[in-house]
Every structure is written in structure tokens, then in C-alpha cells.
Design a protein around this ligand. Structure first.
Ligand code: S3P
Length: 445
């Protein structure tokens, strides 16, 4: 989906109390990985709860282009007949990853150590994002990348015919880079080592082990040392994709700021590499009860009972950023309704997401009457307990910016519109319907 259809403006108005149960769709990160690892295993991987957002559907299409057979049996219920590690065939067409940085970077990793060539592109947002962060380490395996200036898509990746294993220290906290290197390491002989200074989401490590790869993680003074033994035969799995905590963040935060709300969000991941938002919300005074803690799909989960709360501003430390990197936009909305100042430090990675999220949030919040401060690596929101609203916010092809401003509109004094809500389809296609069922006053246009 490199093209982008007509913009879809959407508006949120001050809403009555939100009530009910919010069933969140499957985790986006785990869904991409289930399809890619399924394609690299020999035999049939069965996936339930797959997120059928556009990002994941684009990865499914790509896996077909590399030779895997994918069958959709029903909603979220898929089979992937994999071709084995090193079994990818050369795609005949350009691989279009749409809006998805995770999709393109993980797929590049998965093909970089096979003797095939593929050309990748994406939508206007993805074509602006840096790919050098993955093609640099992939070059160490012997792959060659030819892209636009600044390492931008469209880009052709020539896989290494005789890959060598690598030892790589990831220079930015990025699960995508770590995962691309690990996926490339699958088809290199010997041991590939990835050193991560700050722990990022660990779904690739958990799932690689689940598919039968030999992978160890060691704590060392320089960070985590992840060692993968190359050329395993991956065994097909049954993957039950847990719900996405990054999507759950939107109804949870909406319930906190819409007066009188009480909702239940079942099965939210408590994986410590993903739960920084929830730690922060509790520090702000959020009334969230974690009920029925258990394991689902290999992830620790709990049912969240969330009640509208009086919140106070907090300082979010930089070391927490990797565990809540996608949640800063919605946190900055919650911060606007809190009493006092919230300081988010160490967030410069937000500048290279689907949009420059610091800039997008800062401009939209200002337009809604919220006082903010920003620098390259920091966002500060001065909360006053209420927000005037009454603006149209630009979403820059970014699903999380769109959902964040719609949540803001549910509690602001005057309606808040977004210029284009269509990117919500990439990660949380049922967002509008689900939020309306809970009582949100949302309209198209
Ligand atoms: C993801 C990693 C994060 C995150 C993205 C999903 C993943 O990106 O923002 O939405 O599935 O590995 P970075 O690795 O660039 O931080």
C-alpha cells in the first residue's frame, strides 16, 4: 500500500462516562514476527489472534512474495506454510511495506543472508524513515543495500551469497534493529551476537526460542548479550498472539481522563519490556487494578480495571523510554489533563517514527491550548487539569498521533478533529467502533 487514499477527517467530542469491556486486537510486533518466523520454519505454523491491521497484512503479502504459502481460515486465524531458513525465493515484484517500519526492517533482516535480491518501498511516511540503521549491520553479514540519499526507500537489498556471522552492538535502542540482525543471523553459519545497551522489547528472542533456535541472553556490564546459533531448522509453531498493550493504551488513557469512566481491558501484556506506560500512569495516581494475572501466548498478562482518576504530573526517566516508546503520544495527552508538569526525557527516537512524534504532539497540543516545551530529546507538558480543545490536529500519516488527539477530544472542552484518521487502520482497525461502544462521541468528518 504505498499509495495513500483520500484523507479521512475524524472528530471527537466531549464524551459521557466510558463504560464496558474493551477487547483489544492482537499485538502488532508479535503478529509481524509470527508471519516472518512462520515463513522461515519448515511446515505449517498456525496463528490465532493475528492483528489484521494493514501493517501486518503488508507483511503477509511480502511473505507470499518470498515463497511462503499463507492461508486465512477466519478472522485472525492463519496458517503459514514456511520454506525454511535460507529457503526464500526471489520476489518478482517490489515489496511494498506500506506504513510499517517494523515490517520493512524485519523483512530486510530475514532475507539479507540469502542469495536473492529484493526492492522495498512504502508510503510517504515510510519513505522518509532511516533504513541505514538496519542496512549498516546487514552489510556486515555481506548484504548490499542501494537506496535513496540518507538510506531512504525505495531501496534494493542484495542478500549475501556467503554470509558470515556478526558481532554487533546496537547503537540506538531499537527492537527493530536488534530483530533484523537476529533474523539475518538465522541463515549465517556460526554464532551471531547482538549487544543491546538498553533492553528493548524481547518478542524476537522469546519467539526465536519458541521456534527452536538456540539463543541465549546474558547480562553484562555493557548491556545484554544475545547470542544466536545460525542455521537452525525452525520448527513450525502454534502461536496465540496476545493483545497489543500499545493499542490498549488508548482506551485505558481515555477512561482515565473522561469523567466518571470505568472500563475493563482484558489480557493486557505485563511484559516488562512493554509496560512502561502503566508504570508511569500509576506514578501519576491512576486508578488501575491489575486483576487475574496469568500467562497468555507466552506473555504475562492481566485484566485491567481502569477508573477515571485525578492525575498529577511526573518526570519520566530516560531509561524507561524503550519500554513505552510508542506510548509517549497518548501519555502527553494524559499529561495535559493532569495537575502539574510532566517531563519526558530521552525521547529523541520519537523523531524517527511514523512521524516526528515530538513535533506532531507539540503542535497539536499547542493548537488545543496546552502549554508545552520541547527540545531534541525532551517533551514537557504543562497540565492544568482541563484542556480547551477546539482545533484540527495534523496526523502526518501516523496512527498513534491520530488516536491520541481523538482521545484528547473525548475529554476536552471543545471538539477536537484530526485531518486524517485513515492511518488508524494500520494498527487498530476497530478503534472507532470499539471506542464508540464504550461511549465515546466520535464521528467521521
Ligand atoms: C517495534 C519496535 C519499536 C516500535 C515499533 C515496533 C518492533 O521500534 O516503535 O512500533 O516490533 O520491534 P524501534 O525498534 O525503532 O524502537
Amino acid at each position: 500500500m504505498s499509495g495513500h487514499g483520500a484523507a479521512q477527517p475524524m472528530t471527537a467530542r466531549r464524551s459521557g462516562p466510558l463504560r464496558g469491556r474493551a477487547e483489544i486486537p492482537g499485538d502488532k510486533s508479535i503478529s509481524h514476527r509470527a508471519l516472518i518466523l512462520g515463513a522461515m520454519a519448515v511446515g505449517e505454523t498456525r496463528i490465532t489472534g493475528l492483528l489484521e491491521g494493514q501493517d501486518v497484512l503488508d507483511t503477509a503479502k511480502a511473505m507470499r512474495a518470498f515463497g511462503a504459502e499463507l492461508i486465512q481460515h477466519g478472522p485472525g486465524d492463519w496458517s503459514v506454510h514456511g520454506v525454511g531458513v535460507g529457503g526464500f525465493t526471489e520476489p518478482a515484484e517490489v515489496i511494498d511495506c506500506g506504513n510499517s517500519g517494523t515490517g520493512v526492517r524485519l523483512i530486510m533482516g530475514s532475507m539479507a543472508t540469502s542469495p536473492i535480491t529484493a526492492t522495498f518501498t512504502g508510503d510517504a511516511s515510510l519513505r522518509k524513515r532511516p533504513m541505514g540503521r538496519v542496512t549498516d549491520p546487514l552489510a556486515l553479514f555481506g548484504a548490499r543495500a542501494y537506496g535513496r540519499k540518507g538510506g531512504r526507500l525505495p531501496m534494493t537489498l542484495v542478500g549475501a551469497a556467503e554470509p558470515v556471522p556478526v558481532h554487533y552492538t546496537v547503537p540506538v535502542p531499537s527492537a527493530q534493529v536488534k530483530s533484523a540482525v537476529l533474523l539475518a543471523g538465522l541463515n549465517a553459519p556460526g554464532q551471531t551476537v547482538v549487544v543491546e545497551r538498553e533492553a528493548t522489547r524481547d518478542h524476537s528472542e522469546r519467539m526465536l526460542r519458541g521456534f527452536g533456535a538456540e539463543l541465549t541472553v546474558e547480562a553484562a556490564p555493557e548491556g545484554q548479550i544475545i547470542t544466536l546459533t545460525g542455521q537452525p531448522e525452525l520448527r513450525p509453531q502454534t502461536v496465540a498472539v496476545p493483545r497489543d498493550p500499545s493499542s490498549a493504551a488508548f482506551p485505558v488513557c481515555a477512561a482515565l481522563i473522561v469523567e466518571g469512566s470505568e472500563i475493563l481491558v482484558p489480557g493486557v501484556s505485563r511484559n516488562p519490556t512493554r509496560d512502561g506506560l502503566y508504570v508511569t500512569l500509576l506514578e501519576m495516581g491512576a486508578d488501575i487494578a491489575f486483576e487475574n494475572e496469568r500467562e497468555e501466548g507466552g506473555e504475562p498478562v492481566a485484566d485491567l480495571r481502569v477508573r477515571a482518576s485525578e492525575l498529577k504530573g511526573v518526570e519520566v526517566p530516560p531509561e524507561r523510554a524503550p519500554s513505552m516508546i510508542d506510548e509517549y503520544p497518548i501519555l502527553s495527552v494524559v499529561a495535559a489533563f493532569a495537575d502539574g508538569t510532566t517531563i519526558m526525557r530521552g525521547v529523541k527516537e520519537l523523531r524517527v517514527k511514523e512521524s516526528d512524534r515530538i513535533d506532531a504532539m507539540a503542535r497539536g497540543l499547542e493548537a488545543c491550548g496546552v502549554r508545552i516545551e520541547e527540545d531534541e530529546d525532551t517533551l514537557v507538558v504543562h497540565g492544568r487539569g482541563s484542556v480547551p480543545g477546539g482545533a484540527t490536529c495534523a496526523t502526518h500519516l501516523d496512527h498513534r498521533i491520530a488516536m491520541s488527539f481523538l482521545v484528547l477530544g473525548m475529554a476536552a472542552e471543545a471538539p477536537v478533529a484530526v485531518d486524517d484518521g485513515s492511518p488508524i487502520e494500520t494498527s487498530f482497525p476497530i478503534f472507532m467502533g470499539l471506542m464508540r461502544t464504550l461511549g465515546a462521541d466520535l464521528s467521521d468528518g
